[in-house]
Write a protein that binds this ligand. Structure first.
Ligand code: PMP
Length: 436
């Protein structure tokens, strides 16, 4: 049982009651339901910069950032103006537009392994489509995914899928057919030999390996040295398509994502979150030779009524062009905030005699409530979920909003500055002291 909140959340409580009558669980995505941490999900009224305000008027420093997109903070004026301007020229045409070329060119420019890119409406669509293309390209059926990696809710990904499924203790979803399950081979994250054995056991019928190059859906787990390189090598040896799911890491840990940061080049990349500036956008792309299999050039079908939607493209263009223009300082700035946050928390843990395990890569990270080094799903599960729940609610009381699950990363953006850092570090110290 969690302690009742110290802040007034009566309006959120009332809306949550009402919402459950017409929406399953009162939410349109399970991660929002506070299920593993308990309590009432906060209904949000508005957000600006690094802050979110709930319907009761409480203000929080936001470390969720809409689960990743808000690298320039909420209601960034460039995004707002772009969307307002576009809306007056209609919200959708269902015909090609110039802005789609502009966004595609920016993506190819920032992520050089992407020679050709298709826009979709979510990260889920990006990963589902990329796998279909990899299968069409190779003529093979099986895919390899890692336990604890999340790639959206496509049927063949919903096995040991991290994030919501890991949080809610339902590793495998009913409704996924045995056929789908059979074609998905599960590997241990950060274990190259395990992957090699799987590929060799399946007699060259593996179409692709899909991986979060930095896992962000079982907490944040960076790749161990040699892991991504090892996957690249196996794929080269066996003609397997290497897909990096950079929905979370894309434009976050470097302009070119984790592939730039670690110097390992995938054949295909999935993008989402930041690419849409908070509007519903995903994308998948890669080598021309592979992408040429996509309809209408090739036979692999994939389409979307609202794909490349002008509102979404204008928002995405505003964000990506700002990333391109400011990249020389942007990632240093994010790194400086992240390093200060990490060091401040390390100092807090030290002072309180706690030995919890922390991870961070650029503007994403995690505090694991375990003393074990966390490298995969099994070690992620060694965390104390109840302690995380207490930490989470304690921080909410102090006006700091981290993800409502131990198995999610924290994110921040350029609007997080000195004041937010100080408030966060003080709150973390007070809360960690109180709950131990
Ligand atoms: N891949 C990764 C790595 C993700 O983190 C997510 C969402 N958290 C997805 C895919 C799915 O994206 P969406 O929720 O936009 O469908």
């Amino acid at each position: 049982d969690i302690a009742p909140p110290k802040i007034e959340i009566g309006k959120s409580k009332a809306l949550y009651e009402q919402a459950q009558k017409s929406i399953p669980g009162g939410v349109n995505s399970p991660a929002r339901a506070f299920k593993s941490v308990g309590g009432t999900p906060l209904f949000i009224e508005s957000a600006q910069g690094a802050y979110m305000t709930d319907v009761d008027g409480n203000e929080y420093i936001d470390y969720v950032g809409s689960w990743g997109p808000m690298i320039f903070g909420h209601a960034d004026s460039d995004v707002v103006h772009a969307v307002q301007d576009q809306a007056t020229s209609s919200t959708s045409f269902g015909a090609p537009t110039r802005i789609e070329i502009d966004v595609a060119e920016l993506v190819c420019d920032l992520v050089p392994s992407i020679e050709s890119v298709r826009m979709v409406n979510s990260g889920t669509e990006a990963t589902m489509s990329a796998v279909r293309v990899a299968r069409g390209f190779t003529g093979r059926d099986k895919i390899i995914k890692f336990k604890g990696n999340y790639h959206g809710h496509g049927d063949f990904f919903l096995m040991e899928a991290g994030s919501g499924p890991l949080t809610h203790g339902t590793p495998n979803s009913p409704g996924v057919t045995a056929g789908n399950a059979e074609d998905t081979l599960l590997a241990e994250y950060n274990d190259v030999e395990n992957v090699r054995n799987l590929v060799e056991a399946h007699d060259d019928n593996v179409a692709c390996i899909i991986v979060e190059p930095i896992a962000g859906n079982m907490g944040c787990i960076p790749p161990e040295p040699g892991f991504l390189e090892g996957l690249r090598e196996i794929c080269d040896e066996h003609g397997v398509v290497l897909i990096f799911d950079e929905v979370m890491t894309g434009f976050r840990v470097a302009p070119g994502g984790a592939q730039e940061r670690y110097g390992v080049t995938p054949d295909m990349t999935c993008l989402g979150k930041i690419i849409g500036g908070g509007l519903p956008v995903g994308a998948y792309g890669g080598k021309k030779e592979i992408m040429n299999h996509v309809s209408p050039v090739g036979p692999v079908y994939q389409a979307g009524t609202l794909s490349g939607n002008p509102l979404a493209m204008r928002a995405g263009y505003a964000v990506l062009s700002k990333i391109k223009e400011t990249q020389d300082t942007l990632y240093d700035e994010l790194e400086a905030y992240g390093a200060a946050l990490e060091e401040g928390l390390a100092d807090t843990l030290d002072r309180l005699g706690l030995d919890y395990y922390q991870t961070r890569v650029g503007a994403m990270g995690c505090l694991f409530f375990t003393e074990e080094k966390v490298v995969d799903q099994a070690t992620a599960k060694s965390t104390d979920a109840e302690m995380y729940a207490n930490y989470f609610h304690g921080l909410l009381d102090e006006g700091v909003y981290f993800a409502p699950s131990q198995f999610e990363a924290y994110f921040f953006g350029t609007e997080h500055a000195e004041r937010e850092l100080e408030t966060t570090l003080e709150a973390q110290y007070d809360v960690l002291k109180r709950i131990h």
